[in-house]
Write a protein that binds this ligand. Structure first.
Ligand SMILES: NC(=O)c1ccc[n+]([C@@H]2O[C@H](COP(=O)([O-])OP(=O)(O)OC[C@H]3O[C@@H](n4cnc5c(N)ncnc54)[C@H](O)[C@@H]3O)[C@@H](O)[C@H]2O)c1
Length: 267
């Protein structure tokens, strides 16, 4: 349970239907925020919203493919209308496609760039337009982008994914600079999560075995744990608490920062 207070804040979490995004949406709601979940998976997203409502939170689902500019426009307008404003945007939606660079499929590479880089850039665009003075919400706020420990280390078979997460890191810095210089009143930070053994993390471990880099998924996970000073994998709540912190007033003088939440793996 996070100790930060987000009472009265309104948040949009992309890719919040499941996985780390669902955990972030829950943590933001527990801290007092009203939450909209934007995702391509309407089925899962609506279930997650129902669970949030059952716990007493104000929650909405908005259909959103983060690669689509027009869908962003609608999703942000719907969020502002249904929650009564917008103060926090978490650009969490992302995909991972494992491949050694020698076998890179250009279509996979384009898809990674579209979702992870373009999707985050459009999220920053529409968050800025809504939250800056004169925007539909207009009261400033906080953007938290979800990068990855992959942006800070060299791990085999995730070259293209790592490149997209390094791009998220750089987008974060430029966005923070633009927001400050253009008077938007929006802080922009990112988090570098370590490996979490959920759907995405488990598939990565299995892919590494298929590629021949490790004899078993357990060995792949063991290699990650060995590289991690705290000696364990990440947990959804580890990432969610960091997002709540960066979204909260406790981080009021923090912008353009990247926060590793990886047990020390990327140091
Ligand atoms: N799981 C890990 O180990 C790990 C580690 C570091 C970083 N991350 C990052 O954390 C974020 C969340 O990962 P996760 O593990 O929860 O993955 P996940 O696959 O469990 O969840 C991703 C969510 O994003 C949604 N999504 C995918 N494409 C979308 C699109 N075009 N538009 C809108 N929504 C879309 C999916 O429907 C899903 O709900 C990603 O950015 C990922 O790169 C994950």
């Amino acid at each position: 349970m996070s100790g930060y207070d987000l009472t009265g804040r309104r948040a949009l979490v992309t890719g919040g239907a499941r996985g780390l995004g669902a955990g972030m949406a829950e943590a933001l709601a527990r801290a007092g925020a009203a939450v909209a979940i934007g995702d391509v998976r309407e089925d899962l997203g609506k279930d997650t919203v129902e669970a949030l409502r059952a716990s007493g939170a104000v929650a909405e689902f908005v259909p959103l493919d983060v690669t689509d500019d027009a869908q962003w426009e609608r999703a942000v307008a719907d969020t502002v209308a249904s929650l009564g404003g917008l103060d926090i945007v978490v650009n969490n939606a992302g995909i991972e496609i494992t491949s050694p660079l020698a076998d890179l499929d250009p279509d996979d590479a384009r898809r990674l760039l579209e979702v992870n880089v373009l999707g985050t850039a459009l999220g920053i665009k529409h968050a800025f337009r809504a939250m800056r003075p004169g925007g539909a919400a207009g009261q400033g706020g906080a953007i938290v982008n979800i990068a990855s420990v992959a942006a800070t280390i060299a791990f085999p078979a995730i070259g293209m994914y790592s490149a997209t997460k390094s791009a998220v890191d750089r987008l974060t810095r430029v966005a923070a600079m633009e927001s400050g210089k253009l008077g938007y009143g929006v802080r922009v930070n990112c988090v570098y999560p370590g490996l979490v053994p959920n759907e995405m993390g488990t598939r990565l471990a299995n892919d590494l075995v298929e590629i021949g880099l490790f004899p078993s998924a357990e060995a792949a996970v063991g290699a990650v744990v060995d590289l991690t000073p705290q000696g364990r994998l990440g947990d959804s709540s580890d990432m969610a608490d960091a997002v709540v912190f960066l979204a909260s007033d406790a981080a009021r003088f923090i912008t353009g920062a990247g926060l590793p939440v990886d047990g020390g793996m990327g140091m």
